[in-house]
Ligand binder design. Sequence first.
Ligand SMILES: C[S@@+](CC[C@H](N)C(=O)[O-])C[C@H]1O[C@@H](n2cnc3c(N)ncnc32)[C@H](O)[C@@H]1O
Length: 386
Amino acid sequence: MTVTSHDIKTVYEESNATQHYLSPNRKDNVKVYWEEAFSRFVFQEAILSIETPDRQNLRVLDVGAGIGDGYSLLSDLLAQEPSLDKCNLDYLGIDISPEMVETANNLYKNNINVRFEQADIRKKIPETPFDLYLSCGVPYSHLTHEELETVLKMLFEDILKHQCRCAVVIDVLGKYSIEWQSHWGESRWNYNMSFFKSEGQAKPTLMSFYSHDHLENIIRNAASEVGCPIKKLAFFDRSIVVGRHTSTGAFNPTLPKYRNLVNSLLDQNQKTDLNKLILRVESGDAPEYITQFFHEFSGWWNTIIAEAAELLHEPLDVNQVKLPSHLESLDLLINQNFANPSLNNDRQRIELALAEKLQQLEQTCQRGYGVGHDLFGVVWLDTTNF
Ligand SMILES: C[S@@+](CC[C@H](N)C(=O)[O-])C[C@H]1O[C@@H](n2cnc3c(N)ncnc32)[C@H](O)[C@@H]1O
């Protein structure tokens, strides 16, 4: 069957995407406690490594800003992080969709120094300088690989012109996510935005997927073509086991619904079948280091689940391995949960501690290979002497 691919504006407008983004149902436990926390961690790394003596002002351009989730994540980060709480945010979000821009401007009309404008990043970038060129929710994956390189060239050229220190956060879809293992051999394919189904018709649209090496090549090529020196580069995988399509099953229907299971661990009213959380990743069309990564990572993941299962007297048939020493012990996490008055019994405390330890694993043992739902590339630039 031939699948027609729709252009980005049609996908967002006809799928009633703005309603999807406004819907409270979009925010499950994994999104709030794991994914948003991880994005804030990446943004914090990005901001704190900009070598700027003055952290009084943070000028941000959010590319593909949608209805402004990036603004809300950043303002929460600034409020939480003591070294940034004096920082004044000056935020501009741009998006190709006029409807998103109008909704975002309405949502934040009472916030000072926040505005949204309609723009296609492939054609034009606001000319004023920024400290942080942000993206979240994989907007750059809507572009072809060539378009991404062209956009980065435009950004780097502007940054050279401004003679400044800044960071660029590039959020794209990871090529080797377990959510779409049958597509591991491809870099751009028809991605069905099935998470819009609840509010409208899902539309297939071509999206670009990245391994660490591919994204790094594009970034380095763009920088070297315009003669912009890169100070530092880092990569981060977000949602290795809990990507949203482990829940929809849209691309890998036989995969256990890991996201739902972790949502259940985080929900004190649910009892989770730990056996279903066991991670088995078949070898697919991927380089050896990706297969190795999943082998090691699933060994750790499954050992943590087996530890919790033993405490619940429901032992699992798992080959246990030595865990990275920086991960907190399950006992310690369970003891901390005794201080939480809303947890009434041992099972709730153990399930929550299990979720906390799995989250530590996802956040601290990822390597930025392109094995999660999102791959963040962060580029730090210093063009002050050019
Ligand atoms: C999945 S949404 C993410 C929105 C928001 N950043 C968030 O985290 O919720 C991707 C956004 O990228 C925007 N987008 C796609 N292509 C674009 C382009 N060429 N220029 C500007 N925005 C674009 C879409 O309209 C959409 O709002």
